[in-house]
Design a protein around this ligand. Structure first.
Ligand SMILES: [Zn+2]
Length: 330
């Protein structure tokens, strides 16, 4: 939205009266019919009430911090940003308050169990049941796996028993109730703007493509990670379809993905909540994002900041910055 960016840039140079007009523009853009809610799905804090302060009711956007005590003095502040989770912050203090609330929400949220469920049928039995292997092949593959003390059963079936790899991936798909995803037209350079490199590497999550600007296909080699799927959905505002990619296709694509250029990422270790909130606030105040969000991804908090208020599904990497904070010490 260049228009909105211009509004942002010019707002600081205008008189107070003109600023009101500028904020009114922002507000009406925000309410544009068909404009999808930019807040991350699952965020429970209600949307801040805008334009509800006295004589300026209906004219200005108000600070999104529910505890803001600047009254309507805030409208004279020369701040056109930053925005955090769809709300404008009139001061660094208010941004910090909103970030603190988000940090609490994310750290207290119940963890999703990403460990394999024990009741899932083992891969060998799935394949046996489908008639894709014989009990003799299964026994030999299990023996080889046990003797070597390493490797996945699927690999032993492929390499020792001559079972086709697509059949093994199909069986894994049955085991995890997810599709096998194709890798055609995979473009690592574009996909690198979707997830930080650290997450792609650590969780083996391969962004494959975005369909119709709405659905992100995320490929895994062995099994989908529901924590990564949910965090990506909440952060990106996209529906995420997770699936498996044949190992022989996954590995080279993963290598290509690792050598792509990613958005700038700051890695942070914070011993407790208040230094963490300070670091995140500093990042938001520095970058002045037109939108930013915070979600938890396993033992990390992930802050993403966008320059554009309504970012494309796969934005330019220069328009995005990430801050990843390890929660291990907390
Ligand atoms: Zn405020």
């Amino acid at each position: 939205m260049p228009l909105l960016d211009d509004e942002f840039n010019r707002a600081g140079e205008r008189s107070s009266k003109e600023k009101l007009t500028s904020w009114e523009t922002l507000r009406s853009v925000d309410r544009e019919p068909g404009n999808p809610d930019r807040r991350a799905p699952g965020l429970s804090r209600p949307a801040p009430q805008r334009g509800s302060r006295g004589v300026f009711s209906g004219l200005v956007s108000t600070c999104s911090n529910p505890g803001c005590d600047s009254g309507w003095l805030q409208i004279w502040r020369s701040r056109s940003g930053p925005f955090f989770e769809g709300g404008w912050g009139c001061s660094a203090r208010c941004i910090a308050a909103n970030i603190e609330a988000a940090v609490r929400r994310e750290t207290k949220a119940k963890r999703i169990d990403s460990t394999p469920h024990r009741h899932r049928l083992p891969l060998g039995l799935v394949m046996l049941e489908q008639g894709w292997i014989t009990s003799e092949q299964l026994r030999k593959a299990l023996d080889a796996q046990r003797a070597a003390g390493r490797g996945r059963l699927g690999n032993w079936l492929v390499h020792e028993q001559g079972i086709s790899e697509p059949l093994v991936t199909r069986a894994l798909g049955l085991q995890w109730s997810c599709p096998v995803l194709p890798l055609e037209h995979h473009d690592p350079a574009t996909m690198a703007s979707l997830l930080p490199r650290l997450f792609v590497e650590a969780f083996g999550a391969l962004p494959l493509r975005v369909a119709a600007g709405q659905i992100l296909y995320l490929g895994f080699e062995e099994r989908p990670d529901p924590v990564v799927v949910l965090a990506a959905e909440r952060m990106l505002g996209l529906r995420v379809e997770a699936g498996l990619v044949h190992g022989s296709q996954f590995r080279p694509a993963f290598e290509r993905m690792m050598s792509a250029s990613y958005p700038r990422t700051e890695l942070v270790e914070a011993a407790s909540e208040s230094p963490l909130v300070r670091v995140l606030t500093k990042a938001v105040e520095r970058f002045k994002p037109a939108e930013s969000r915070l979600v938890r991804m396993h033992d990390c908090l992930w802050l993403r900041m966008w320059k554009n208020p309504r970012p494309a599904a796969a934005p330019n990497i220069a328009d995005v910055e990430d801050v990843i904070c390890s929660l291990a010490a907390n």
